[in-house]
Write a protein that binds this ligand. Structure first.
Ligand code: ATP
Ligand code: MG
Length: 352
């Protein structure tokens, strides 16, 4: 196969969890005889320190050639000056744009053993297994902005094409999971939401008559995600609502460190990263939970390398490690970052 994977460790706990991703990729590559080629690049604060740019040309060129990019995290107190012209986060935003990534996928699945750790601690969260698909290229993040002392505005814009492509991706997922698609908007207030509603309904009617479909207002959705999360299967929503709802949903599973994500788009390479940030409070101490990162590698096998079965094995191995209590402090274990990752890799060995 000779797939090319680029690792971008970044800052804080980024390098610590990316090391574990590399181990997992090498181990899977050997096991399946894949001959995956791994290259490492600079991004974020680490790149700023070394080159003066948060996304150096070399890194970008490497990512453009790759089948998949695996990223740790960027940013931290060292680069937190709000007046600085160049910031670590710009590196990640530029990378997403350059790779034309338009959908961010966040699966949220609760391991039963972690129900007690979840702040909700109720029966209702035991069956949580949802996929949030967040649009990444439009909305108020990128519309025209005006900023003054007495007046400011952010314009929120969407085109039919932007809505169509992400709803289509989410509907495909709902179909594959035999689940329902929930499109979340604020159609009682926002014009863009009314476009989302019209275009989604059209896509669903024309191409997915077999997929159950509903719409929900974002305020109601924010309530249902904590009150009754297992009612959802696949959620699709615009950029800002997605940002907020995915962080909300991440609380359900007990630790930020558990959740993986994939960003997919028109281009060749997908981008895979845990949803957590650089966690400066625990960096350099071997405390970081590597499972969100390892789960992201699993998603890479599915979405960029077309190996669904391999992805499932990674998921199962993480699941088994959690069941056996082979995990880090944040989810009730006593293993260090590398030991927890090794537990997962050993579980993979057991499957074969
Ligand atoms: P960012 O602005 O980069 O998104 P953030 O401020 O949202 O970062 P994180 O860096 O994700 O925050 O950390 C939030 C909290 O979760 C911190 O207390 C951190 O220690 C904890 N945390 C984050 N990731 C992990 C992990 N992999 N393992 C254990 N704890 C984690
Ligand atoms: Mg954050």
């Amino acid at each position: 196969m000779n797939a090319k994977v680029v690792l971008l460790p970044g800052d804080g706990i980024g390098p610590e969890v990316t090391d574990q991703a590399e181990k997992l990729i090498r181990s899977m590559s050997d096991q399946y005889g894949l001959g995956i080629e791994i290259n490492t690049g600079l991004i974020g604060g680490a790149a700023l320190d070394e080159t003066g740019e948060p996304l150096p040309e070399d890194t970008l060129a490497m990512c453009r050639e790759a089948d998949a990019v695996v990223l740790g995290a960027v940013g931290g107190p060292k680069w937190d000056d709000p007046h600085a012209k160049k910031r670590p986060e710009q590196g990640l935003l530029a990378l997403r744009r350059e790779l034309k990534l338009f959908a961010n996928l966040r699966p949220v699945r609760l391991h039963p053993a972690l129900a007690e750790i979840s702040p909700l601690k109720t029966e209702r969260i035991k069956n949580v297994d949802l996929m949030v698909v967040r649009e990444l290229t439009g909305g108020s993040y990128f519309g025209d902005k005006e900023e003054g002392d007495d007046f400011a505005s952010d314009s929120c814009t969407y085109t039919r094409e932007e809505v169509e492509r992400v709803v289509t991706m989410a509907a495909d997922m709902a179909r594959a999971r035999y689940g329902r698609l929930t499109m979340i908007d604020k159609a009682n207030v926002m014009a863009t939401s009314r476009l989302w509603r019209a275009v989604s309904a059209e896509v669903m009617e024309k191409k997915y008559p077999d997929v159950a479909y509903e719409t929900m207002l974002v305020d109601a959705a924010a309530m249902h995600i904590v009150a009754n999360p297992s009612r959802f299967n696949v959620i699709v929503t615009e950029n800002m609502f997605g940002d907020i709802l995915t962080d909300e949903a991440s609380v359900l599973v007990g630790s930020m460190g558990m959740l993986p994500s994939a960003s997919l788009g028109e281009g060749k390479a997908g981008l895979y990263e845990p949803i957590h940030g650089s966690a400066p409070d625990i960096a350099g101490r071997g405390l970081a939970n590597p499972f969100g990162m390892l789960g992201s590698v699993g998603m890479m096998f599915e979405y960029s390398l077309g190996m669904r079965e391999a992805a499932r094995q990674v998921e199962l191995a993480i699941w088994n490690a959690v069941s056996a209590g082979q995990c880090t402090l944040d989810i009730g274990g006593n293993l260090r970052t590398d030991e927890a990752a090794d537990a997962v890799i050993n579980q993979l060995g057991d499957i074969h």
